[in-house]
Design a protein around this ligand. Sequence first.
Ligand SMILES: Nc1ncnc2c1ncn2[C@@H]1O[C@H](COP(=O)(O)OP(=O)(O)OP(=O)(O)O)[C@@H](O)[C@H]1O
Ligand SMILES: [Mg+2]
Length: 327
Amino acid sequence: MTTILPVASGKGGVGKTVCTANLGVALARAGKTVILVDLDLGGSNLHTCLGQRNNRAGIGNLILKQEQGLESLLTDTAERRLYFIPGDSLLPGSANLSWFRKQKILSELPLLVADYVLLDLGAGTSYNTLDFFLISNNGLVVIAPETTSILNAYSFIKSALFRLLYRSFDNRSPERQIITEFGSGRLEGSDAKLSSLIQRLGQHNPQSGELAQQRMAEFMPRVILNMGRNNADIQIGARLRQIVQRNLEIDINYVGFVPHEARVARSIIDRTPAFASDPASPFSQAMATVADRLQNAPMPPPAELFADNSDLDSLRRDASQQPQADR
Ligand SMILES: Nc1ncnc2c1ncn2[C@@H]1O[C@H](COP(=O)(O)OP(=O)(O)OP(=O)(O)O)[C@@H](O)[C@H]1O
Ligand SMILES: [Mg+2]
């Protein structure tokens, strides 16, 4: 079975792409077949970390309907067992992903034949990023040891959890309305605590309350603390867990403390992932530990989610405005 691991962050520049590339090498060297997919549309640069020339068709070509499907975009890398699907760097500007294309990519990802499929996502909380992140209950969130990164990671996890709950209920259901109102703080008496939302949903329909609770219990993002410089940085990670536990009432799972290492920046210029050029360095050892933990961690497939109402609204708009719409 293919395990899909999205790699996200609240703040940009914390090392998602570096982690995706090096984790890919670490897993491949542990004997796994790995496909890295550049889904940072509009900011694709995973090819640079892998030392690939920017001359292959990627997701951008798929969006512009120049290619059939994800599998046709697979390319080799310098590393055995490691494959790559480029983003849209060859066709910048194709970042505008329609509902149909997103659904197509989401449905094709689990069909790729590999042990692991790692998704390098863009920073932030756009619906596209959140929907790619929710392809797993155990997506990776990369943080750097700085306050803005922690707070943005908290916002990202919160947005992902709300979207998970929202998409757990049918289009135009009263539950979606309750969740939207709670999320925008419009429900009287609603505070930041998620338990009051569960209570509201339960008052509306006990089964809905139970479903929401179950989805929350299943959702456990995995966090990598990257660019760590000393032990005090671990405390910063503990702060994120505290805020998440207190306000969202879910847990997160730390899978690695990856040190800051000057060679990592150099490795991009050298066009070879740092793990490949020095597997014994502290950075590479930390990546190997993350790879190990991920292989030993259970990854139950997430439940099917309903499509998003606003997606469908934009779909109707597209259809009425452009008869040639992407279908
Ligand atoms: N462990 C590390 N040690 C030293 N430098 C690092 C480390 N991880 C990442 N970097 C550096 O940080 C910069 C940003 O890394 P990267 O591009 O992976 O971030 P990102 O989260 O993917 O950014 P974006 O949000 O723009 O996609 C790069 O220049 C990289 O060399
Ligand atoms: Mg990146």
